[in-house]
Each structure stands twice: as C-alpha cells, then as structure tokens.
Design a protein around this ligand. Structure first.
Ligand SMILES: Cc1ncc(COP(=O)(O)O)c(C=O)c1O
Length: 326
C-alpha cells in the first residue's frame, strides 16, 4: 500500500482533478452501483455531506437506534444538516428495523407545525449492534417502503463490504433503492485515510461543494486514493476476519463470557463490571473498547489465528457472572 502511495500519479484535486482520485471514485461507483462517487477524508464527512444534501431545517430523519449518525457523530446531522434524529427500535432483529416501522414513523399527514420526516438513514453492517447484517430482501423492502412514504434513503455503508462478503454478494446488491451511500476504505480494508460517498452525478456535484465547505477538499489526493485502490483489493480477505471473530466469540463463550454470535468482524462481550474488566484485559495485553455496557473487539487484517488464541489465553475465564442486557 505504501509503495502504491509513493508511486501514485497525482494532480490537483481541488482545481482540475487528480487521475488516481478519479480512478478510485469510478471504481467505487461501479462497485456500489451508482452513477458517480466522491472521495472524503472520513466516513463521518461522507455521512454529513449526504445529510446536508438531503435535509433542511425543520426536517426529521429516521435511523435504527444506535446508528453511528445518531450516537457517534456529535449530533452533526442535527446542528450542521438541520435534521432532528428519530431513532427506530430494532424490531426486525439486532441492528434491523422493519418496513412497517419506517412507514409508521414517516407520518405522512402531519400538521404544518410538525417536523417533516424526509430521510431514512440505514446502516449495514450495523456497528453498535455487533456488525449485524441486513440481508438483500430486508434491505430492498426497507428502501421501497421509505420511497413509497416519500423519503430519501442514505446508507451508511462504512462496513458494507463486510455485509457483502458475509452474504457472498456484490456490494451493489445491498444498495438497491438508495439515493446515496457512504463506504469506508479504512477500518477492515486497511487504508490509513478515506471514505467515498456515492450517488447520482447531480448529488456528487453538490457533494463536492459541501466537501469544500467542510474543509475536505485535498490537493495531490492521489497519494491517498492509491491507498484506497489497494484497500479495495482486500474485500474478499474480510472473510478471514469473520472466521477469526467467530473463533474469538466461541473461545470467549467456552471461558464463560457472555458474547454475541458475530455475523461479521465485531465481537461484543457483556461483563459484570465493564471498567474493571477492560483494566484487567489491558494489563494482560489485550486492548478492546467499551461500547455501551459491552466490550467491543474487532478483528482485522493485522491479526493472525495465533493472535486470537493468544488473546483468549490472556483473557482467561470469566471471574464473576456476567449480565447481558435484554
Ligand atoms: C457505521 C459507521 N459509520 C461511520 C463511521 C465513521 O467513520 P470515520 O471514523 O472514518 O469518520 C464509523 C466509524 O467507526 C462507523 O462505524
């Protein structure tokens, strides 16, 4: 990846374009099945650009509870894009909402003084639910219900690649019916920087203005886009991370810990005492982050099978009964 970055052909992406950026954007647009795409420095910027394009003050948007746009982007959809967040409960399984809930929440015949619900923001995989996958039929039904209710649809596909690999399908199968999608080149795919927001050519023209407004236009961006192109060669490799996450989860369960059954590369564990458990793990040389009441482990390309066994040996058996919230 670093060699590709050093050798990248570059231009000035703020002025008249950068050939490696253009190549990356074209490749992502093709992968996710949209007309055009635009590189952004981060997934958060890709999401907020889409939300700024879709929302106006006085609007509301729907998203599954715990979505990154709701809980981990510092409220920017509200204060930068002007849309009030409306979390929907996971009534169709972990990380998943039902088309009926979308239609009900869209609330078509609201009085003039009510917020106008104009956008559904989906997340696949759903990170805080433990990397859960929304399958193709469920996704298509949600997008269709939203459109019938007059909503625009944005997909936060930071880990869309994981969902596609878990289902054995091309990523474009999971973007059917969406107006815009954001995908990350960092995280599991391993680029140091970069995401891509994708949609129609008209949306991308507006997204380019919004990216500049947010300070996200870069000059010889080809250096970063080259990393993204190498990252995209790593999509199929994500299957190895999924196998390692499954092994980590089963090993933890064998040791008495309460864990999810991972659908992709995220393992959640519910210990009796979160902070003392994290401290104990850190002392044993295993780093994990808290998420709500859970410990979150993520498997990625820098880990081997042996690393998983080492982590399990260091974590050891549970000391106190753990409690997984209902
Ligand atoms: C689901 C989801 N969306 C968006 C993001 C934001 O990506 P970034 O950290 O590149 O801003 C993340 C980051 O973890 C994420 O998990």
């Amino acid at each position: 990846m670093r060699e590709a970055m050093a050798a990248a052909e570059v231009g000035d992406d703020v002025l008249d374009g950068d050939p490696t950026m253009a190549a990356l954007q074209d490749r992502v647009a093709e992968l996710v099945g949209t007309e055009a795409a635009l590189w952004t420095p981060s997934g958060s910027m890709g999401n907020i650009i889409a939300m700024m394009a879709h929302l106006k003050r006085g609007d509301a948007f729907l998203a599954p509870a715990g979505a990154h746009v709701l809980d981990a982007e510092l409220g920017t959809p509200a204060w930068l894009a002007g849309g009030m967040p409306r979390p929907l409960p996971h009534d169709a399984g972990p990380g998943r909402i039902s088309p009926d809930a979308v239609v009900r929440a869209a609330g078509k015949d609201a009085p003039y003084y009510a917020l106008r619900t104009t956008l559904l923001c989906l997340e696949n995989t759903h990170m805080s639910a433990g990397g859960t996958v929304t399958e193709v039929d469920q996704h298509a039904a949600l997008a269709a219900a939203a459109r019938d209710a007059g909503l625009t649809v944005h997909l936060d596909g930071a880990r869309l690649w994981h969902a596609a690999v878990a289902l054995g399908l091309p990523p474009a199968a999971l973007t059917v019916g969406v107006d815009t999608v954001q995908v990350c080149l960092s995280k599991g795919l391993g680029a140091p920087v970069g995401s891509v927001v994708a949609g129609s050519a008209e949306f991308i023209a507006e997204a380019r203005r919004l990216r500049k407004m947010l300070g996200g236009g870069v000059r010889q961006g080809g250096v970063l886009a080259a990393a993204g192109l190498v990252a995209l060669d790593n999509i199929e490799r994500l299957a190895e991370d999924h196998v390692r996450a499954a092994r980590l989860a089963s090993g933890l369960a064998e040791r008495g810990w309460q864990v999810n059954e991972p659908a992709t590369n995220i393992v959640l564990m519910w210990p009796a005492d979160l902070s003392s458990t994290l401290r104990r793990f850190e002392q044993a040389g295993v780093l994990a982050v808290p998420m709500g009441n859970a410990v979150r482990f993520v498997t990625h390309g820098d880990l081997t099978d042996a690393d998983i066994e080492t982590a399990l040996a260091r974590i050891g058996p549970v000391e106190a009964p753990s409690t997984r919230p209902a």
